[in-house]
Design a binder for this molecule. Structure first.
Ligand SMILES: Cc1cc2nc3c(=O)[nH]c(=O)nc-3n(C[C@H](O)[C@H](O)[C@H](O)COP(=O)(O)O)c2cc1C
Length: 277
């Protein structure tokens, strides 16, 4: 819990007014246990009179990213599916993980843990087991026993497309030994406790998205991987092999590595439909 130093405090009330939990009684300097430890009181205080629950307070550094820079950066970030066989130093991977403390989290719950798969053997294992799990899943869905029921009860599922996907996977497996992980030198798994009420999945995708942007700003390439997320679902047999705790689920996965390809052109894509009210 943050601590308010009432001797330094000038009662400007910035912290009181900005607290999302309405947890601060400035007269006594008390912070109620409804506090979500978001640190806004620490961040907003012009006197640095609020001490965070751990560590120190530092002045924010001015940033120099203009809207044009951000637009150019994001338009140049494409999914990377071709990586150099160059390892990423642990210090760089740790830098990516360390910065996650700045990313938003529902109710500031921060429920995620990160597993970095970065040995060649483990990445290969993850690739092969994910591939097997997907082929099994596609085979089941498109089987003559299951597909008639799906056609009736879940008409939106396109069985013939899934069958084509499965066949394509099996075909490509023969000549591509890394069709899931693309020989990425590191795979980040964002996982958290399975919960009906939490929003770990949203947090995981936001953290993975920010990480992708940060990694690209460092000259790395990234690719989200939904196949791994599907294969490492709740109580998946893969999870213990990658030391994912038994009550956790993988909610997002990001391949990271130094890119072999360089994109030169911006390909036009449609912006989403927008409705102003
Ligand atoms: C949630 C999510 C899951 C994805 N899963 C995969 C995947 O399993 N394999 C893959 O090669 N690309 C995957 N992608 C990448 C998309 O195919 C890619 O973002 C899309 O084709 C647009 O291309 P771009 O990222 O180069 O702009 C995923 C993207 C997202 C956002």
């Amino acid at each position: 819990m943050p601590i308010i130093n009432l001797e330094r405090c000038t009662r400007c009330l910035r912290c009181v007014n900005d607290c999302p939990a309405g947890a601060i009684t400035i007269e006594t300097g008390e912070i109620a246990d409804t506090c979500i430890q978001c640190g806004h009181c620490v961040a907003i205080c012009p006197e640095m009179a609020v001490k965070p629950d751990f560590g120190d307070v530092f002045l924010l550094q001015p940033y120099t990213v203009t809207p044009k820079d951000f637009r150019n950066l994001t338009s140049g970030i494409r999914s990377c599916r071709s990586f150099l066989s160059k390892d990423i130093q642990d210090s760089v991977l740790l830098q990516l993980v360390d910065n996650m403390k700045h990313y938003p989290s529902a109710s500031n719950a921060r429920p995620l843990q990160i597993t970095v798969v970065r040995s060649k053997e483990k990445v290969k294992l993850l690739n092969d087991l994910t591939e097997e799990a997907l082929i099994r899943m596609f085979s089941l869905i498109s089987s003559p026993w299951v597909s008639p029921f799906l056609r009736i009860f879940v008409p939106s599922v396109n069985i013939s497309k899934i069958r084509r996907y499965k066949n394509n996977f099996i075909e490509r497996k023969k000549e591509n030994d890394s069709q899931i992980c693309y020989h990425a030198p590191a795979v980040l798994l964002f996982h958290g406790e399975v919960s009906k009420t939490g929003m770990a999945e949203a947090d995981a995708n936001i953290w993975a998205a920010y990480t992708s942007i940060y990694a690209n700003s460092m000259g790395l390439g990234t690719c989200f991987n939904g196949f791994i997320v599907k294969a490492m679902g709740k109580r998946s047999k893969l999870n213990p092999l990658f030391k994912i705790p038994s009550d956790h689920q993988v909610y997002a996965s990001l391949l990271v590595g130094y890119p072999k390809v360089k994109f030169r052109n911006e390909a036009s894509r449609q912006s989403p439909v927008v409705v102003f009210l």
